[in-house]
Design a protein around this ligand. Structure first.
Ligand code: SAH
Length: 394
């Protein structure tokens, strides 16, 4: 198979020689042939040395690298990459344990598959493409998944209507690549969840908070808990299992609140400690009393692009300031940012300003991040997107 060739401007090969997996459009000198978005291309230095092979895309990132060695992107390639990813999750002890069947199987650049996310929920894989190249490879990816996982894999749902570049003008092609509609119940650390991969946000569940939820469980005994931005209620059940006195879950989406209630009922039927509210976060925080002594703030990404970074930092400051103002003395705050463009330092600075504004004594107990099934490729530090702080507020 011969692929289209892209030649870089002189000296623009440096980041690729350091294994950074993207080629920016400004680095390109010329192209041989006319690749279409999603085609496989080979990248060469100005003096003709092979550098990488990857998916071509239109936009500021022109190529997402699949391999730094010459290779065919064929069935064997997909099987190998997915097998390596699956083996890592086995090493992490996440596959088929009696208490867990939910994990991220492929985390984009972190698994050397830029533009691809795959989450596993019991017998179902949910595949999400963030690039046209991955979209066009979805059938191949589905076949490789079946080969690697075998009979345990009963369904593959492809869901990319919100993640593909809008300008690519692709139809919404979400649907089953394999298997059919089932109600699979996922399990995380022994707690059970319904996952709505068809209509839910992201792939249906936020797998990345598993370890942070466990940590929260340890702090929950006897506390009054506010789970703000609860989505499907993840933190709430952990708090309940940890012995919380009461748990209030809040999300602006009525559907999320419905799911939270359904999941609480699944784990703790008839437990009166829990109540859920469909309400805007800022409105709720303003009107609530000062009764909570464990608060979780896990908002959606406030900044999706660099241009809106300043506003995002203001948003984090404002949100955290209300929590600092209202949390009971001796309270514990779990506060997060999942914006990739907000660095750990910037997030900490926003929380620091909020703390100073409240004039309370605040200490950092834990610094949190994403779990190991969301690995960060050391050559692509941008992959570290989840930041969290656990704070003790006197
Ligand atoms: N903590 C969750 C994930 C949170 S995702 C978990 O562990 O699964 C962010 C959530 O914030 C989404 O469910 C979204 O509906 C909600 N949200 C977005 N804007 C909001 C607002 N202004 N007020 C309250 N909730 C909001």
């Amino acid at each position: 198979m011969s692929y289209h060739k892209i030649y870089l401007k002189p000296k623009k090969e440096e980041s690729l020689l350091r294994f950074h997996p993207w080629v920016f459009s400004g680095a390109i000198q010329r192209m041989e042939g006319k690749p279409e978005e999603g085609d496989i291309v080979e990248v060469y230095s100005a003096d003709g040395r092979f550098l990488a092979v990857g998916h071509y895309q239109i936009g500021s990132i022109s190529v997402r690298v699949l391999s730094f060695k010459p290779c065919e992107i064929d069935h064997a390639f997909w099987v190998e990459r997915i097998r390596i990813a699956y083996q890592l999750r086995q090493i992490l002890g996440l596959v088929d344990t009696p208490t867990n069947n939910t994990f991220r199987l492929v985390h984009g650049e972190g698994d050397n598959l830029p533009g691809l996310v795959i989450d596993m929920y019991a017998h179902t894989a949910v595949v999400q493409a963030h690039s046209v190249g991955m979209h066009r490879s979805r059938q191949e990816i589905g076949l490789a998944l079946q080969e690697v996982i075998g009979e345990k894999l009963q369904n593959i749902y492809y869901k990319s209507e919100t993640t593909l570049p809008y300008k690519a003008g692709l139809d919404n092609e979400s649907g089953y690549l394999y298997g059919h509609d089932v109600e699979d119940i996922a399990m995380e650390n022994g707690l059970r969840f319904y996952v709505d991969w068809q209509k839910g946000q992201k792939t249906g569940f936020f797998v990345d908070q598993r370890e942070n939820r466990s940590l929260l469980e340890r702090y929950s005994k006897g506390r009054s808990v506010l789970n703000m931005f609860c989505y499907t209620g993840g933190f709430s059940f952990y708090a309940m299992r940890g012995g919380a006195k009461l748990v209030h879950s809040v999300d602006s989406s009525a559907k999320a609140i419905m799911l939270t209630n359904k999941n609480v009922e699944l784990n703790f039927p008839g437990d009166a400690r829990h109540e859920a509210f469909a309400e805007d976060a800022f409105k709720y925080l303003e009107r609530m009393g000062e009764n909570y002594d464990l608060i979780i703030l896990d908002p959606p990404a406030f900044a999706k692009h660099k241009e809106v970074l300043r506003n995002a930092l203001q948003g984090y400051r404002k949100l955290n300031a209300i929590a600092f103002e209202k949390i009971r003395p001796g309270g514990i705050l779990f506060t997060f940012s999942c914006s990739q463009v907000v660095s750990k330092e910037n997030f900490r600075l926003a929380v620091f300003s909020a703390a100073a504004q409240s004039k309370r004594k605040v200490r950092i107990l834990h610094q949190l991040t994403q779990p190991a099934d969301h690995p960060v490729n050391i050559y692509h530090p941008e992959g570290e997107y989840l930041k969290g702080l656990v704070l003790y507020v006197e």
